[in-house]
Design a protein around this ligand. Structure first.
Ligand code: SAH
Length: 371
């Protein structure tokens, strides 16, 4: 079989101008409106073969097929949670696998009932960061996802389920800021109003905290939300939980987050997993409130989802979720100090699809799902 991945250029994920430049390789006579047609077919109508681009002349379709290909990923397994959460296992063209989670939720706001379908995207196969509470860390980094592989998680989940995603969070496997260029490429497509995929305000990128990339990201002008996985208010504890903190301590991260707010006017989010006896005291709540009040922000309080480390070592062995009453007390203390708090749900816990549980570990039976 012809190895399309190395022999030709994949067109999905290219900007319109890049696509036009690529087409010049077929013939310099190809007009701009052709590039536009192809770009729209790929990203708005999501065709999966050049033959479906019926408005193009047949010979152009044939030339496209000779030089280019349309990337794809294959859903090989789907797990369904009792709470409606769905976890998809996707096989990439080189055989590696990633997970993507679709989380339905219902809430009331001023407009009445709001039904959300939040899609949690992966950005890397595995992750190079060694966060002590996260299952993905056990995989180490296999490779970055391409922009197309990030986009295809949205396109495939919408195609398979027949439903529109209302919110996107870059919170699956991997660290988005360590795959910066491809994350940016994917955002350029996803947030492009012409493609009517999703509004930028409904996209959140979550990072463990790389200050230089956060500042750069602030300059991109996407209008998406930015979340920082903080989890501790002292460098001593944060470094134990997230070794990356040694290189990028808290103060520098907070300054970068301030910069994001100043540049974009979008309140930032701090994510905070509550661990029993480690970061759930009154002193922690006070320090966290002080951090949150620097700039308009929101704090996302996350219950710790216990991870099945086969041989937990060091601090991983000491991590336990805080009991419900203490957890609620912690939230109340923050609220009492004027912090806007959201409590993250543990959707998908039963299928290992909740935050931090993505590790390709649930030995799946490779039964092809019905498409
Ligand atoms: N690398 C990025 C995005 C992936 S993690 C980041 O660090 O933000 C997405 C969120 O899940 C982060 O806030 C992360 O800290 C949280 N998380 C990881 N493991 C978890 C666990 N075991 N329980 C609860 N949340 C977890």
């Amino acid at each position: 079989m012809k190895d399309i991945t190395t022999k030709s250029i994949g067109l999905l994920g290219l900007a319109e101008e890049e696509l036009y430049q690529a087409l010049q390789g077929i013939s310099p006579d190809i007009k701009r409106y052709r590039a536009k047609q192809i770009w729209l077919r790929l990203h708005k109508f999501r065709v999966r073969s050049f033959d479906e681009m019926t408005e193009l002349p047949k010979d152009l379709r044939a030339s496209l097929g000779e030089r280019f290909h349309i990337q794809s990923i294959e859903a090989v397994h789907e797990s369904d949670s009792a709470d409606g959460t769905k976890k998809f296992l996707f096989k990439l063209s080189d055989g590696l696998e990633i997970e993507t989670v679709l989380i339905p939720s219902e809430m009331r706001d001023a407009q009445g009932e709001v039904r959300r379908k939040t899609l949690c995207l992966s950005t890397q196969v595995g992750c190079p960061l060694d966060c002590k509470f996260c299952a993905t860390a056990t995989l180490k980094l296999k490779r970055n996802l391409t922009a197309a592989e990030i986009l295809l998680q949205v396109f495939e989940v919408e195609r398979i389920t027949g439903e529109r995603v209302t919110n996107i969070v870059y919170m699956g496997m991997g660290e988005p800021m360590l795959n910066y260029d491809n994350v940016i490429r994917s955002l350029r497509i996803l947030s492009n109003p012409e493609l009517e995929i999703i509004g930028a305000k409904r996209i959140t990128v979550s990072t463990s905290g790389l200050p230089d990339e956060i500042r750069k990201f602030a300059e991109e002008g996407f209008g998406v939300k930015l979340a920082l996985s903080l989890h501790a208010t002292t460098d001593e504890l944060r470094t134990k939980l997230m070794p990356i903190n040694k290189r990028y301590p808290i103060v520098g991260l907070l300054e970068a987050m301030d910069y994001y707010y100043q540049k974009t006017g979008i309140p930032v989010t701090y994510e905070y997993i509550v661990f029993e006896a480690l970061n759930d005291t009154e002193a922690d709540a006070k320090r966290l409130a002080k951090i949150a009040r620097r700039m308009p922000s929101k704090v996302n309080i996350i219950p710790f989802h216990k991870i099945d480390f086969t041989n937990p070592t060091g601090i991983s062995a000491e991590l336990h979720p805080t009991a419900q009453d203490k957890f609620e007390l912690f939230v109340d203390m923050l609220r009492a100090q004027g912090v806007q708090v959201m409590v993250r749900s543990s959707s998908g816990l039963d299928i290992e699809a909740a935050c931090g549980q993505l590790a390709l570990a649930s030995e799946h039976v490779p039964v092809p799902i019905q498409l």
